[in-house]
Ligand binder design. Structure first.
Ligand SMILES: Nc1ncnc2c1ncn2[C@@H]1O[C@H](COP(=O)(O)OP(=O)(O)OP(=O)(O)O)[C@@H](O)[C@H]1O
Ligand SMILES: [Mg+2]
Length: 296
């Protein structure tokens, strides 16, 4: 049984067909990549999977259950963990506070004992803190536990956000451009971390990513979207070399010897609390094509 089964999903925004008939499947313990140029519909697909958008057609199944009409929080509680393209963290809080807050989404104690602070609540808070520290150690961020998120480099924020999602103990980890803001070395380390997470936590991962060396190294399978449609899917090397994929990325600027463009840092950190993935406007530019050999 697939962990995630996206079946023929379509969604329109007014006159714009943002996704048409897109099917994506993620099996247990797989790391699956989702690539495609700016505005292809990648984040929109994440929003359909996680419940931020309701597709006009198609179904989303998670762990064998049809969740197409299930609210966001219930999907999250059932094990869908996602990060946002523009970092969904409380930037005024510390790293560990963000991990504890993320876990609270899953915790239930009655309001009064929470306010008064019964021994059971203290014990529970202690457990959340311990778990947060374990996760930070697992992703090599323990040194930053008491640092305020706001002062961290963007690439580090992306890692902290991933850690916050991990703290909720997800079945599937959905990452929206996890390497944005990172240089080639940091992106390589992220690859190590993802492979370790799969090994040690038995995680299944679906990630939107432009950094080709990272996709090729860690993904078992890759889907490429273009203008809301699935262009191709397959093993990473095949997808990367697929002529239509190369053309879709490079457009008219394609030249012999060009490789797929990895993402430059896409945007400045978002507003406090994050999570608002601003739609790509019609005037947004394509990513700059990359010269041969430039890829990290
Ligand atoms: N809520 C919305 N209302 C109107 N249009 C939207 C909305 N969300 C997304 N879109 C449009 O859908 C298309 C796909 O956007 P999406 O953000 O999914 O692209 P993407 O593949 O994630 O691109 P990028 O690589 O730039 O992040 C874009 O044309 C975008 O403007
Ligand atoms: Mg996006």
């Amino acid at each position: 049984m697939a962990v995630l089964d996206v079946d023929s999903v379509s969604i329109r925004f007014g006159g714009l067909q943002a996704l048409s008939d897109v099917s994506v499947r993620v099996q247990e313990w797989e790391i699956v990549g989702l690539i495609g140029p700016n505005g292809a519909g990648k984040t929109t697909l994440f929003n359909c999977i996680t419940g931020f958008y309701r597709p006009n057609e198609g179904r989303v199944r998670f762990l064998g259950r049809d969740v197409t009409d299930v609210p966001i929080h219930e999907r999250a509680a059932s094990g869908m963990g996602r990060t946002f393209q523009q970092v969904g963290l409380v930037k005024g809080a510390t790293v560990i506070e963000n991990l504890i807050t993320a876990q609270h989404a899953k915790v239930a104690y009655d309001d009064l004992s929470g306010i008064v602070g019964t021994p059971a609540v203290w014990r529970h808070e202690r457990e959340l803190r311990d778990r947060a520290m374990q996760i930070l150690e697992l992703v090599d961020l323990a040194d930053l536990a008491d640092r305020r998120v706001a002062g961290l480099p963007y690439g580090t924020m992306k890692n902290v956000e991933m850690a916050a999602v991990l703290a909720t103990d997800p079945e599937i980890l959905m990452l929206d451009e996890p390497s944005s803001g990172m240089g080639p070395e940091e992106a390589h380390e992220l690859g190590d971390t993802l492979l370790r997470l799969r090994r040690e936590l038995g995680l299944t991962i679906l990630m939107i990513e432009h950094h080709v060396p990272l996709v090729v190294r860690v993904c078992d399978h890759v889907y490429c979207l273009n203008f809301g449609q699935l262009l191709t899917e397959g093993p990473p090397e095949d997808v990367r070399n697929h002529p239509e994929v190369v053309t879709a990325y490079l457009g008219e600027e394609a030249e012999e010897g060009d490789a797929l463009a990895p993402a430059p840092p896409t945007s400045a950190p978002a507003a406090e609390g994050g999570g608002g993935d601003a739609p790509a406007g019609p005037g947004r530019r394509r990513r700059r094509p990359l010269r041969a050999g430039e890829a990290g």
